[in-house]
Design a protein. Structure first.
Length: 317
């Protein structure tokens, strides 16, 4: 039912033995979007726009057939040689009836929508439908732009509470360089009430995916040449500026080095280069841990206990 879309992986063949069923899919040599993101840490708005547009078109295709995926995440998005996405792993996917609502708890914790958690925790709560995929798309887009998921905590119950409350923010330094349209799209996808969430078709109409088409004008060679000279001069000066950035004061580096974009990029790149192999697909070794800037509570307690012991030793002396 999902065949026929360029951004959905194709099933070429299948065969079975008495104990196994084998599925032969098309080859995606670039692997998972998860691994690609680990290599580059974050994606630009332009690259994110391309990936999200392809993902939304694939989801729109299956939603028009009343198919809900229920496990959208970077691990289930593959990349071909041209870095075009291929949506895969329909293990949790199911076809919905006209008024059917689902109640099963399935998927990956960090990408679960609030209504999926609510129906598994409380009685007499209505089930969920296609909107759960749109929530997961919002989580994916957030992760692509800043490198870390919007909902994550070392304690899973705390993370689930954040999801139930739709509690997230754009307050980290990574978002300082992101324009307003992608933030607006994310905020309209990560909505607690499923009925107020954008559909795939509505999301594709968002200004983030729109480009202004300028009307055709008469060609003037002299003006074009003059504009080209100005552009070359501008880019030469711009290159000189970036190659000779303004000096950064020692006070800023000591107080908050992560607030400086150039230093922040180097820190993140070095962290993922050294510990990228540590990032796993489970929540115990989540990429968000590499973006934490505050010590854990247990280390704080260790420091306080150590300080108390030192004071006791000093008093004994």
């Amino acid at each position: 039912m999902c065949d026929g879309h360029p951004n959905i992986i194709n099933l070429h063949d299948s065969f079975q033995t008495p104990t196994f069923i084998f599925l032969v899919f098309e080859l995606c040599k670039q692997g998972e979007l998860f691994d690609y993101l680990t290599q580059v840490v974050t994606l630009s708005e332009k690259r994110t726009r391309i990936i999200m547009k392809q993902l939304l078109e694939a989801v729109e295709f299956i939603h028009n057939k009343n198919i809900v995926h229920r496990d959208l995440k970077p691990e289930n998005i593959l990349l071909d040689d041209n870095l075009n996405i291929k949506l895969s792993d329909f293990g949790f996917a199911t076809v919905l009836g006209p008024e059917e609502e689902l109640t099963e708890l399935c998927g990956t914790p960090g990408y679960l929508a609030p209504e999926v958690l609510a129906v598994s925790m409380y009685e007499n709560v209505p089930g969920y439908r296609l909107e759960v995929d749109m929530w997961a798309i919002g989580v994916i887009m957030y992760t692509l732009l800043c490198g870390a998921p919007p909902f994550w905590h070392r304690k899973q119950m705390q993370m689930l509470r954040m999801i139930m409350e739709a509690k997230y923010s754009f307050g980290t330094p990574e978002w300082d360089d992101i324009s307003q349209p992608p933030k607006d799209l994310i905020s309209k996808l990560l909505v607690k009430e499923a009925k107020n969430r954008l559909t795939a078709t509505q999301a594709l109409q968002h200004p983030f995916f729109k480009r202004e088409l300028k009307p055709e004008k008469q060609f003037y060679p002299r003006k074009v040449f003059k504009a080209a000279v100005i552009c070359v001069n501008f880019f030469y000066r711009l290159r000189f500026y970036f190659n000779n950035p303004p000096p950064i004061s020692r006070e800023v580096i000591k107080s908050n080095p992560y607030s400086v974009k150039m230093i922040r990029k180097h820190i993140d790149a070095c962290a993922f280069k050294m510990y990228g192999h540590w990032v796993k697909r489970g929540d115990n070794q989540n990429r968000a841990a590499l973006f934490e800037h505050s010590p854990r509570d247990d280390w704080k307690n260790v420091s306080l206990n150590t300080k108390t012991q030192l004071m006791e030793i000093k008093s004994d002396l």
